[in-house]
Design a protein around this ligand. Structure first.
Ligand code: M6R
Length: 614
């Protein structure tokens, strides 16, 4: 939530900051703002609404040329998305400018204190207190770095803060606690950003910061300290994707581009993770084989789509390893006092690696001495850094708010983890593992086949433009796919959409069925006789009550044909792997329907890509 950019160098700060904000806008888009230092003072602009509003304001009233600046796109927490509440915020005299991501939990107390001391706070935000405190400190003679350290020691909650002092154009100072911030290392220029997309067009060299650290960037130098001013080290890394990955590449939406990148992403997620004999090699799993053999319970945590990946993983992991596996929404897990021991493996799934609910869940798990393994797409983000082990999904940057390639690669990572556990614990023979790995290797081609059929899904979306409600049914691993199909439709098309386990129909949801109601039905492969037969009965039952059935079934499955109003053909794959292909048409459908309805697919209302507040 909230995108942050800071820059010091020789270029025009306005351009660097606005371009960076454009790449970060997916993190929040309620309002946007910029501040630069010119002529010994802060100059800036901020506007409610999308970044385009700010750009228009800057065209009408340009900023003076400057080479030091900060910017922000907001996802509102405290105070409505108005011009006044937009960032940057300033203190009493306007000497400092501050942008912020997160929530300053003790802001009310600090605000009272400031007002009692005669400060006049103009916005409803928690951020403004930090601006006033920083300004007090620099007015008292502290440099901005020292001021930031002092102020951070007084703040509670989660925050990334980035600040300018109008009287010191040489530096941008930033701080982080439980909120994302990375440094971009350039030639005669340096950057800070919420993620590397902020500066990827300028440099692919980055510095990862730890918790409770302050960083000062100047044109030629980067210094890190803790909140007490003690020098600290960041961890340098090279970003393995480039600007083209952060651009739409001719697609209308990032989401559509990311859906079509899935064959590559799925292949990359498996790359180098098994040898020619199909033996798995997960070098990043830093939990020893002995410890993995001791695991007696797995708990998978995540939110939204990531949790649905976990629901699929449960079926595969339990089937392959016989280790009991629970799946839980990270926010529910954290606050219910879960039973954890040193033999519990907590698997945290997060595309961004910054989801606050998931982060709090793993912190809790580690305090209970459970081992934590992260499945994550974002190198150097907080969740993998705070975990005992990580499997990176290597999907490349996912910019659209709706997760697509993030999801498919999470599934791959879960399958690999399950097989690896089975291998380590001797639960599967080498040839069994090799055969499943062989099936996984075919998945990029199968996913591509689903994409080759995109036109027929688009036609279906065009036909269903006027529906107000859509249901999704599945069984076994098809159930989480039903949930995922419904979530995509909610977040993009703003439709009433529900996913159900087909077996649950008669326990209530069947009452929703009425004439013409579209119901997507994910049919298990025929190999699983019982499952298949039961799903076919469910389809018959809803069709008898007027539902319009859109049936996703494998090639050659003629049994469902009489009950299918629309048929989407899936390749023949093992049951446990079917989610990898069944999810694709549902993603395409949601993307296309939202497009036809005139919605902003990449930036749906009220949402942000990375949910960094609880
Ligand atoms: O970055 P994470 O994977 O931790 O994000 C979790 C959810 O917020 C995310 O999957 C969300 O549900 C997506 N918008 C779904 O498309």
């Amino acid at each position: 939530m909230c995108g942050i950019v800071g820059y010091v160098g020789d270029k025009l700060a306005r351009d660097v900051v606005i371009n960076g904000l454009r790449r970060l806008e997916y993190r929040g888009y309620d309002s946007a703002g910029i501040a630069v230092i010119a002529g010994g003072r802060i100059a800036g602009a901020k506007r409610a609404g999308k970044l385009a509003n700010l750009e228009k304001a800057l065209e009408e009233d340009p900023l003076p040329p400057a080479t030091t600046g900060i910017g922000h796109t907001r996802w509102a927490t405290h105070g409505a998305p108005t011009d006044e509440n937009a960032h940057p915020h300033s203190g009493q005299s306007g000497r400092v400018a501050v942008v912020h991501n997160g929530i300053i939990e003790n802001f009310a107390r600090l605000r009272d204190e400031l007002e009692a001391a005669g400060h006049n706070l103009r916005s409803e935000t928690d951020t403004e207190v930090a601006a006033h405190l920083l300004e007090d400190a620099v007015s008292g003679g502290a440099d901005l770095t020292t001021a930031m350290q002092q102020v951070c020691r007084r703040l509670e909650g989660a925050f990334t803060l980035v600040a300018l002092d109008g009287e010191d154009p040489s530096r941008v100072v930033a701080a982080r606690r439980n909120s994302p911030l990375v440094v971009g290392l350039g030639e005669r220029e340096n950057f800070v950003g919420s993620d590397v997309a902020a500066f990827i067009e300028h440099t692919r060299e980055a510095l990862e910061l730890g918790q409770d650290q302050v960083v000062t960037i100047t044109r030629d130098d980067v210094r890190v300290s803790d909140f007490d001013g003690r020098p600290a080290e960041g961890k340098r890394y090279h970003v393995d994707w480039d600007l083209s990955a952060a651009e739409k590449d001719g697609f209308d939406w990032f989401m559509r581009k990311e859906i079509f990148e899935q064959p590559r992403a799925v292949a990359d997620a498996m790359l180098g993770r098994h040898d020619e004999q199909g033996r798995l090699e997960l070098d990043e799993v830093r939990v020893s084989d002995d410890e993995l053999r001791e695991v007696d319970k797995i708990i998978i945590v995540g939110c939204g789509t990531a949790e649905y990946a976990g629901l699929v993983a449960k079926y595969a992991i339990e089937h392959w390893t016989r280790i009991p596996c629970e799946v839980e929404l990270a926010h529910e897990f954290r606050y219910r006092d879960p039973i954890l021991t040193r033999n519990t493996l907590v698997v945290a799934i997060s595309q961004s690696g910054e989801t606050a609910d998931t982060l709090m869940a793993i912190r809790h798990a580690r305090t209970q001495r459970a081992k934590v393994l992260a499945i994550c797409n974002t190198n150097g983000s907080t969740i993998p850094r705070e975990s005992d082990a990580v499997i990176y999904t290597h999907a490349g940057p996912e910019v659209a708010v709706a997760s697509t390639k993030g999801f498919l690669t999470q599934l791959i990572a879960c399958y690999l983890l399950g097989l690896y556990l089975a291998q380590v614990r001797g639960m599967k023979y080498g040839d069994e593992i090799r055969s499943i790995v062989g099936e996984l290797e075919k998945m990029p081609a199968h996913v591509q086949r689903m994409l080759d059929d995109a036109e027929s899904v688009y036609e279906l979306a065009a036909e269903l433009q006027s529906v107000r409600s859509v249901l999704f049914l599945g069984r076994h691993v098809g159930f989480p796919i039903a949930l995922e199909g419904a979530l995509k439709l909610k977040e993009l098309a703003y439709l009433h959409a529900e996913g159900f386990a087909a077996g649950e129909l008669k326990h209530g949801p069947i009452a929703l069925i009425e004439q013409g109601l579209p119901v997507f039905c994910v049919v298990p492969p025929r190999g699983r006789d019982q499952l298949h037969a039961k799903m076919v009965s469910a389809i018959q039952e809803i069709r008898a009550r007027g539902a319009r059935t859109i049936v996703l079934a494998e090639e050659g499955d003629d049994e469902v044909t009489p009950y299918s109003d629309v048929r989407i053909t899936l390749p023949v794959v093992p049951t446990l792997l079917q989610p990898l292909v069944a999810a694709v048409p549902l993603q395409l459908f949601a993307c296309e329907l939202a497009t036809l309805l005139g919605h902003d697919v990449d930036q749906p209302r009220n949402l942000a890509k990375s949910v960094t507040v609880e």
